[in-house]
Write a protein of this length. Structure first.
Length: 290
């Protein structure tokens, strides 16, 4: 921890957890405000078409919300604004103050071919782990899983380009600057590394605002938090997050059995084994050159 004085319990609760939760709520609020603002236009238009007819306005607004293109536009614009705001605040508080030795550490120690390979393998394993958790949730509560899938379909519809722009490019920048940037950095002032990883992972789950996604992203948030701490940068976690979100497109092109529970178990085990082997080989090389 950077502070010389040990944080008090009150400091940990209010300075660490409460402030981090406030940051989280602010990030969610930005997206909510953008969505509301975008809905005001159609509402005003319908009110002008039928002055005083509340039922007509409500009916037309319901139709508008059901429109895939309209909802995809809201998702993309809200995510873009959120990414811009998150990136701005992260740069103001941490990015522009980043010490030169941390930048050098990132270039020389983190952004290596072996680490890049481990990042990719870990991301693939995390995706199949998330699929496996989602399968378990589907077995326990099929109705909940069906409702979740309908919600995700409504957010993007069949617009692959909109989904790619929002989910693969913009959302990782927004979420990593918030979660592994502002929130993780704040938590590091008050808690040990294991506690920081757990707390920010839980907040990452809350950020998604539905318990299905909130549960299966917990291991994702934990690993991304670990990577951000070890690399002293949000850049690797942003790239991993982008790769993770793009996996749905990649896996969708594969045979159906690649999404079965058994395949997910095998894929996760294979990824863990590959990371362990790379880690051991790297450790052996380092000991040999020491």
């Amino acid at each position: 921890m950077d502070d010389k004085k040990k944080p008090t319990v009150v400091g940990k609760i209010f300075g660490g957890i409460v402030l981090s939760f406030v940051i989280l709520m602010f990030a969610i609020g930005v997206q909510f405000v953008v969505a509301v603002v975008m809905m005001i236009g159609p509402a005003v238009q319908y009110a002008i078409e039928a002055p005083g007819d509340v039922a007509y306005v409500m009916q037309k607004m319901n139709e508008t919300i059901q429109d895939d293109i309209f909802m995809a536009n809201i998702t993309v614009i809200a995510t873009a604004v959120s990414a811009a705001v998150a990136l701005f605040f992260y740069w103001i508080f941490y990015g522009r103050k980043k010490p030169q030795h941390e930048k050098q550490y990132l270039r020389e120690k983190v952004l290596t071919e072996k680490n890049a390979l481990m990042f990719v393998i870990a991301t693939v394993g995390l995706y199949f782990l998330a699929l496996l958790i989602a399968d378990v949730i589907g077995l326990i509560s099929p109705d909940t899983m069906e409702a979740y899938n309908e919600m995700m379909d409504m957010a993007f519809g069949d617009n692959v380009m909109m989904m790619f722009l929002a989910a693969v490019l913009l959302a990782p920048i927004s979420e990593e600057c918030i979660m592994r940037g502002l929130i993780l950095k704040n938590l590091q002032r008050y808690f040990s590394v294991p506690a920081v990883i757990i707390i920010q992972a839980v907040l990452f789950g809350i950020f998604h605002m539905n318990w299905v996604q909130g549960i299966y992203v917990l291991p994702v948030g934990a690993v991304l938090g670990f990577v951000a701490i070890k690399s002293k940068s949000v850049l690797p976690s942003i790239v991993m997050h982008m790769l993770y979100n793009s996996m749905s497109v990649v896996v969708g092109l594969l045979p159906v059995f690649c999404q079965t529970a058994w395949f997910c178990v095998i894929a996760v085990a294979a990824c863990l084994a590959a990371i362990w082997l790379i880690w051991k080989r790297t450790d052996a090389v380092n000991r040999g050159t020491a």
